[in-house]
Ligand binder design. Structure first.
Ligand SMILES: [Zn+2]
Length: 302
């Protein structure tokens, strides 16, 4: 059965969605509606790897629903997004090579380095390409991934395609209960990478670091970048590390004069953003090697 209305029916049986409903999960782009008949909130969650519409069977969405979205659906969508990106890049690579051959330009030089007239044609072709299925749906009209272990007290629909139009396909609980929950590929890589940073820091420091706590990403809160940051206590001081867009933040509280001096000197020498406050010092490290260097120096100076 496919629903062709804009949104599926509420679990109370009516279809009178009105705008509103507030924020559900901060990590995703969502459109929320309130049922005009019963007041339940319906949520349309959008991720580059898939879309889902959910309505609680009980009166409200719960923390468990939020946990399920973030713990189960997030990795499912990230894996799908990876496949979509790969298919798109493979296609673009071929088109790019063909375009360069056809216009006698070097495919290994970005369009900025091509003659003006070729560049103009390229931008036109690129604009048109963004409107095609090859760009929008490089894997074809396949539906959003099925949601493993959909909570029994949640009604859900995945986005599907029928003659190129998005339709809502209801999810049958019995069919998805045993679907495996995949490992989140980006989170796994993130944890492994920081594991290496901490191991290198311990080796240079000559002593083990204490247990680290995971904290919310202090910079990103969007659907593709919200890997956790790390914090731990070192000689009574709080050390916080984690990635920003292209750098890693290294911060320690209650800095000694040595630590303040290190940040001041190193920030200038490396030409990187740094901050020497009364109660904390902070540096932006460009790359993992610098992250280890700054951490070791700040921990030694603590
Ligand atoms: Zn309702």
């Amino acid at each position: 059965m496919l629903c062709n209305t804009e949104y599926p029916d509420c679990t109370c049986g009516t279809n009178r969605w009105e705008p509103g409903g507030g924020q559900f999960t901060p990590n995703f782009q969502t459109t929320n509606g309130v049922c005009g008949a019963c007041g339940r909130v319906g949520i349309h969650i959008m991720h580059p790897g898939g879309v889902l519409y959910i309505v609680p069977k009980g009166p409200k969405l719960t923390e468990d629903h939020d946990k399920w979205i973030n713990g189960v659906m997030f990795p499912v969508w990230r894996i799908e997004e990876g496949k979509i990106d790969k298919a798109r890049m493979d296609f673009e690579e071929k088109q790019w090579q063909a375009f360069a051959r056809e216009h006698g330009v070097d495919p290994f030089v970005p369009p900025g380095g091509w003659p003006e007239d070729v560049r103009r044609v390229f931008h036109k072709v690129a604009d048109e390409y963004m409107k095609t299925d090859a760009y929008l749906r490089p894997l074809g009209n396949r539906p959003s991934p099925m949601p493993p272990r959909l909570p029994m007290d949640l009604a859900a629909w995945i986005g599907g395609y029928s003659t190129g139009k998005l339709v809502w396909v209801p999810v049958n609980h019995a069919l998805v209960q045993d679907l495996p929950v995949p490992e989140d590929p980006i989170l796994t890589r993130h944890m492994a990478n920081w594991g290496r940073i901490f191991t290198a820091t311990e080796a240079l420091l000559g002593e083990p670091l204490p247990e680290k706590s995971l904290i919310k990403n202090q910079y990103y809160s969007d659907s593709t970048n919200h890997e956790p940051w790390f914090t731990f206590t070192w000689h009574g001081k709080t050390v916080t590390v984690g990635p920003r867009k292209r750098v890693n933040v290294v911060e320690i509280t209650n800095p000694t004069p040595t630590a303040r001096d290190f940040v001041e000197r190193t920030g200038k020498k490396d030409g990187t953003t740094h901050d020497v406050g009364d109660d904390r010092v902070m540096l932006h490290a460009w790359g993992d090697v610098k992250t280890v260097e700054y951490l070791v120096n700040l921990l030694r100076a603590a």
